[in-house]
Design a protein around this ligand. Structure first.
Ligand SMILES: [Fe+2]
Length: 586
């Protein structure tokens, strides 16, 4: 069954990759020459990430003209106004946000102010911009949770009134989202835990709330699976880039899901806890999530059972299993006999749905064990005996997210949840080796960075290796028989090598030595070539990712790949023999 109406669109181009921040030339090319305002925070500047972005943009036409690095963890009206004023002062015509949700939201609203002027409060609301175009916007998340890089919403604090101001504009969807797991590895474990739980909350709320849609469903469930397999691992091993990457991707998928389906009562309550008691958003969500799941359980029982499955909590369905066995095992006539087992299946579905809630409670306890994440509101910073409970309830009840909750939120239920979270005393739960499932192998780019510092080194190493290939009995013959002329244009370092097999013998040229016309030109970095000759790279995928730009008869070149297979073992051997063992990718 589908909803009566749904929309799905994603104008943002999202690019993902370990170290992709250093390969922005093609991605930002369409925007031409620009003066960028970089919005970030002081911690990220200190950690060197702002400099990393500046260096990454160094090879492009985009210049960082001004840096606003004073965004606090909960951005305020004042922050946004100062940020926009700086951008205007320096005549910026592009906004780049580098940071967590607070920074990215600031970049969105500052962009709006730079174009429209006025005060922040004047623009609070939804879809007030009409056809107004904002400045181009690039968002680069350094946490894996808010998904702000793919959402059309922003939240800015109004500290004078203890509330958070919501904004929703289609123009907040950035033109480019850059997802580089390396930029998230400096996140401390406690922040990794809280932001990861924010992403999980987005996915779960998007999947169960009133505005669910089929496209968002798929993204939400995949986000849940990725978070289940990687959140504990990312907290336990902060340098585990595949886990970091999976969390960043999950956060992005969950962001796209909730940007379409919206969030619900968990966010309604946690926005209020953030506004009144300044509880960090991700932590508030982590604590509130299982309570609201329990409140919503009956209204979306089947969907909560599917969530439990995505969390790895699988329960049997004996009726369906026996029915399949009879139907497809040639005993279809007996299938109706399994009908009474339908009630058993429904009972298991209900148990699975409830088990999903237990899973979330246990996940919080394990995150507490790994990171010291608080497990109740008192430990989270509520020091006044919950004296402002009424204000929390009032603020939550008027939050827009409540409108999308599958079950009508009741005041008393909200008060009861907040009281429970204040009084709760769960204990941390140990993490087992099985909980830290590896997230799968992924090549780390760091070990292949700047292998050839200059063109001379590249000519010496790769030139020598190509001569070795030419002389190799397994490769030399087929290479000559290919009668192909391939030119490799490297950058960085800027260098050109040509292999010409069209004459009586295979010739290898460096730089301008070759004056003819190659059949194929392949542009790539020296690091890419280095990894390629280790046999670590799929050339077809690399073409899709524009890591290699090829011109000419590409299929003919790709057909050459099978004969190059022995070269992958030869290259590390060659490096070792020529005193370059330190450059071997292990
Ligand atoms: Fe959130």
């Amino acid at each position: 069954m589908l909803p009566d109406y749904f929309e799905f669109s994603l104008p943002t181009r999202a690019i993902y990759g370990i170290g992709v921040i250093d390969q922005l030339r093609d991605a930002v090319g369409p925007w031409g020459r620009r003066r960028a305002l970089l919005v970030t925070d002081a911690v990220l500047v200190k950690a060197g990430l702002a400099e990393r972005v500046r260096a990454g943009l160094g090879a492009t036409a985009i210049e960082i003209a001004a840096v606003y690095d004073q965004v606090p963890p909960n951005s305020t009206i004042r922050t946004v106004e100062d940020c926009a004023a700086l951008g205007r002062e320096f005549g910026c015509d592009l906004v780049i946000g580098l940071g967590g949700g607070s920074v990215l939201d600031t970049a969105k609203v500052a962009n709006l102010l730079m174009v429209k002027g006025g005060r922040v409060q004047d623009h609070m609301g939804a879809y007030l911009l009409g056809d107004t175009r904002l400045l181009p916007l690039f968002l680069i998340p350094t946490t894996a949770g808010t998904g702000s890089e793919v959402t059309k919403v922003a939240v800015i604090a109004d500290p004078d009134h203890d509330v958070k101001l919501p904004f929703a504009e289609t123009q907040f969807l950035p033109d480019l989202a850059i997802l580089d797991p390396e930029l998230t590895r400096s996140m401390p474990p406690k922040l990794t835990a809280a932001t990861g739980m924010d992403a999980l909350t987005h996915a779960i709320e998007a999947y169960v709330d009133k505005e669910w849609s089929p496209a968002a469903d798929g993204l939400a469930l995949q986000a849940i699976r990725l978070i289940r397999a990687n959140l504990l691992l990312a907290c336990a091993q902060p340098d585990h880039l595949p886990a970091r990457g999976a969390m960043l991707a999950a956060s992005c998928l969950a962001g796209i899901a909730f940007s379409h389906s919206m969030v619900g009562m968990v966010h309604g309550i946690s926005h209020a806890l953030g506004g009144v008691y300044h509880i960090p958003h991700g932590l508030a969500n982590a604590l509130v999530l299982p309570e609201v799941m329990a409140y919503n359980l009956e209204s979306r029982l089947d969907r909560f059972a599917t969530i439990a499955e995505a969390l790895g909590v699988a329960f049997p369905r004996p009726g369906a299993a026996l029915g399949n066995l009879l139907r497809y095992g040639g005993l279809g006539f007996a299938a109706p006999l399994t009908k009474p087992l339908g009630a058993v299946d429904r009972w298991f579905r209900r148990q699975a749905a409830k088990a999903g809630i237990v899973y979330i409670r246990n996940l919080n306890r394990q995150l507490a064990q790994l990171t010291g994440m608080p497990l109740n509101l008192r430990d989270a910073g509520v020091q006044d005996g919950l004296a402002k409970l009424e204000q929390v309830v009032e603020t939550a009840m008027s939050d827009g997210a409540m409108l999308y909750n599958p079950r009508e939120p009741e005041r008393e239920a909200v008060a009861c949840i907040v009281r429970t979270l204040y009084q709760a005393r769960p204990t941390p739960l140990p993490v087992t080796a099985a909980d830290l499932q590896p997230a799968g192998m992924m090549m780390t780019a760091r070990e292949t960075r700047d292998v050839f510092p200059d063109a001379d080194t590249l000519y010496r190493v790769l030139g020598g290796f190509f001569e070795r290939l030419k002389a190799d009995p397994q490769i030399g013959g087929p290479l000559k028989a290919s009668r192909l002329c391939v030119q490799f244009a490297f950058d960085p370092p800027a260098a050109v090598m040509t292999i010409d097999a069209r004459g009586d013998e295979v010739k290898i040229y460096r730089g301008a030595e070759f004056a003819g016309q190659p059949e194929v030109t392949m542009r790539m970095s020296g690091d890419f070539a280095h990894a390629f000759w280790h046999g670590r790279i799929n050339l077809v995928s690399a073409l899709t990712r524009r890591q290699v730009v090829a011109k000419g008869n590409v299929p003919k070149t790709l057909k050459l790949l099978p004969i190059l297979k022995p070269a992958y073992a030869l290259y590390p051997q060659y490096l070792a023999e020529t005193g370059l063992a330190d450059k071997i990718i292990r």
